[in-house]
Design a protein around this ligand. Structure first.
Ligand code: CA
Length: 256
């Protein structure tokens, strides 16, 4: 299975810094977006440390000769790759904890993380904490695979708010789960079966709050080249005011 990819990250139009981070490591099958938050440059640090820690553990646990002591309890009920992802996310949380202990000014920093790990057998696993998103586009249909860990989306799921009230709600930016260096994060894990021609979009909320799913689907339908598609999505978020940092990571799957 061949995976093409393209990524763009942009500060948007109203924020002085870009606190988003991403990694694309086709050699490891790892693709990840992280959206940092917290004052005093904390957001930038949180998303960068989390991406580095996750990437490091995935690299360390690659291949048939895994030479590492599994740092957390191994869960036999889920796949090896799901265990690798969950462990990597927990290690990222620990990494943030260490940094806050060292640098008191960074307390309160946190980050989302949404990632995909594509195994050598072509089976992908997703891991997700926070309100960055994972979408799949297949045969002209866009499906959101991740659930936002945000206060408003939890209210929508509970039937208390409707989607349009949620988008206007003053608490719309409140994230209910994050990698923060505090309690171990509860990580959503799910398999993502990949078919020839599928496209996967990983993005921070700087895209998803500004561009409707209808417009995302239209762009995915119309743009045949991933780099041009990534540019178009960044431009669309900025055309809508660019209120937040925007990160777009696109994958396209081709059966070998
Ligand atoms: Ca954000």
């Amino acid at each position: 299975m061949d995976v093409l990819w393209a990524a763009r990250t942009d500060p948007g139009l109203r924020r002085p810094h870009n606190e988003d981070n991403f990694c694309a490591r086709p050699d490891l099958g790892l693709f990840l977006v992280a959206d940092g938050m917290g004052g005093h440059a904390g957001g930038e640090v949180a998303s960068r440390l989390a991406v580095e820690a996750i990437e490091a553990f995935i690299a360390e646990s690659t291949g048939p000769d895994i030479d590492t002591v599994w740092p957390f309890q191994y869960d036999a009920a889920i796949s090896l790759d799901a265990n690798r992802l969950r462990t990597a996310f927990r290690l990222a949380n620990r990494r943030l904890q260490d940094e806050v202990t060292r640098q008191f000014l960074l307390r309160g920093m946190a980050t989302t993380a949404s990632g995909l790990l594509i195994g050598a057998d072509g089976v992908a696993n997703a891991a997700h904490v926070g309100d960055s998103r994972i979408y799949r586009h297949r045969e002209d249909t866009l499906v959101k695979l991740s659930q936002d860990h945000s206060w408003v989306e939890e209210q929508v799921r509970a039937g208390v708010l409707d989607a349009s009230a949620a988008s206007q709600h003053p608490w719309r930016n409140v994230v209910t789960r994050a990698i923060s260096g505090g309690d171990e994060p509860m990580v959503d894990l799910f398999p993502v079966p990949l078919h020839d021609g599928d496209r996967i979009l990983l993005c921070s909320d700087g895209l998803s709050v500004t561009v409707t799913e209808e417009s995302l689907a239209q762009a995915l339908r119309e743009e045949s080249e991933l780099g041009a598609l990534a540019d178009r999505l960044i431009d669309a978020a900025n055309a809508a005011g660019g209120p937040d940092n925007i990160t777009v990571l696109l994958l396209e799957v081709h059966a070998a």
